[in-house]
Design a protein around this ligand. Structure first.
Ligand code: AMP
Length: 444
């Protein structure tokens, strides 16, 4: 068939040179060896979800911009600076999902998920997009896994359960030197008063603050605690203490969370400047970090209570708590802590062919073995016997099945035990049973 002429790619009428066709900044191809790390993490997430009774949910990658403006808040970096906007033909402005909680809250309301049961335990995995400055632990496309408990009142037991799951996830992945920081950012009753006190504390310092913080001071002063600017950080130490200003209900809620965590023997450090950037949070907020190697990536799992989010999206007030972790950050920490790279489960058998005819018949043989549940490797692209044996050895297989002219003629095949180096010829019709028999035999 005649090949079609290749179209040249042009953007803004400019031709893109071939060498510039790399992945966008802050976004990466996930190559096969990286999938081994990811699969290990996703397997742990799935097991924990099953163990703690969470059901999977998936929302679209594109959402309406208003969802995040209303839910996450127009004054947050995520909405203000980092959203990828997509204008599709004749449609509203859509955004590439920057986080998972607001879409889940939307789905919860849209599908009346509160009607069927008073408590929804949901988990998700998927890519998120934020136009941030790429650096250690900060990508523009990254994968999150998250757990949400929606409904069930604002019982601190659920705060503890969410934290417990992330603690178990880090333990399962054998991540060391974990530190859990926890705080309460109050509720509608106590937070406005605290915000006023914070604004008056910063009043005479305003001119010394960075431009972002000058803006935050008016709109969202708690976010001043998130700033990394040296001068802004220096003012944090003497700022009024959020925990001293909590109302009685918030104090008792936080005390309840501590009691559950103590009961579960989960250690934590109270950090009264931990506020997390999004508008939907209330009361408990938490973040896990590691100390030592890997610390540079920043927060691992993080989350909090979002009792008002449903209301902000037009639903009834429905207390909820959740958190999410960045998969790439977990991998970066696991590598920094020098964990052994995960390996694929090695194949048990390797089919080796000698000659063209054997090669032709090998695909069928492989199919027979595979459909009988035997994990089998091959190097059909290689013709040399030596090269194939070397690959079989590298794969660490127990048995090599050697298939040549003579064997085709006799309708047989050679089974070579790569540990004992003994080999024998068996009839092709019995190959599956013969292989299974040898694989179940104990190693010498
Ligand atoms: P957030 O949705 O901002 O609460 O973040 C939850 C978790 O996602 C963080 O604690 C990180 O582990 C991860 N995360 C957030 N932003 C990024 C990013 N830009 N690149 C990689 N991971 C991220």
């Amino acid at each position: 068939m005649a090949s079609k002429p290749v179209k040249k790619i042009t953007v803004n009428k400019k031709e893109i040179p071939k060498e510039d066709l790399h992945a966008p900044r802050g976004m990466h191809d996930i190559l096969p060896h990286e999938w081994l790390w990811r699969d290990k993490i996703f397997a742990a997430v799935d097991e924990l979800a099953d163990f703690y009774n969470f059901n999977r949910i998936e929302t679209p990658v594109l959402e309406r911009a208003e969802l995040f403006e209303r839910g996450v808040g127009v004054d947050t970096d995520i909405v203000n600076k980092e959203m990828y906007l997509v204008k599709s033909k004749g449609e509203d402005m859509l955004v590439m999902r920057p986080e998972g909680t607001a879409p889940i809250a939307r789905a919860y309301l849209e599908h009346h998920m509160g009607r069927s049961t008073s408590l929804q335990k949901l988990f998700y995995k998927g890519p998120m997009f934020r136009h941030e400055r790429p650096q250690a632990g900060r990508l523009r496309q990254f994968e999150q896994a998250g757990f949400e408990i929606i409904g069930g009142g604002n019982d601190p037991m659920y705060d503890a359960e969410i934290i417990l799951i992330f603690q178990r996830l880090l333990e399962r992945l054998k991540i060391k030197n974990i530190v859990l920081k926890i705080n309460s950012i109050g509720c509608r009753v106590c937070r406005p008063l605290y915000k006023k006190q914070l604004q008056s504390y910063y009043k005479d310092k305003e001119k010394k603050l960075c431009i972002d913080c000058q803006r935050r001071l008016k709109t969202n002063p708690l976010r001043l605690f998130d700033c990394k600017n040296e001068t802004c950080v220096s003012f944090k130490a003497l700022a009024p203490n959020l925990l001293d200003k909590l109302c009685a209900a918030c104090t008792s809620n936080l005390k309840g969370v501590f009691e559950y965590l103590d009961e579960l023997k989960i250690s934590y450090a109270v950090d009264n400047t931990l506020v997390r950037g999004l508008d939907y949070y209330s009361r408990t907020v938490f973040e896990f970090f590691v100390e030592g190697p890997g610390a540079e990536v920043g927060a691992l799992p993080g989350g909090g209570r979002y009792d008002y989010l449903m209301e902000m999206l037009g639903g009834r007030m429905t207390p909820a708590i959740g958190g999410a972790v960045g998969i790439e950050r977990l991998i970066a920490v696991m590598k920094a802590q020098e964990m052994e790279a995960p390996r694929r489960v090695p194949k048990k058998v390797f089919v080796i062919h000698v000659g063209e005819l054997a090669k032709k018949k090998s695909l069928n043989l492989l199919e027979r073995l595979r459909s009988s549940g035997i994990s089998v490797g091959e190097a059909l692209g290689r013709d040399s016997l030596k090269a194939q044996l070397r690959l079989a050895d590298k794969e660490g297989v127990r048995l090599a099945l050697i298939f040549g002219q003579k064997e085709i003629f006799e309708n047989s095949i050679i089974i070579r035990d790569l540990e004992t180096h003994l080999q024998e010829s068996v009839m092709m019709d019995t190959i599956v049973e013969e292989v299974k028999k040898r694989l179940t035999r104990k190693k010498q």
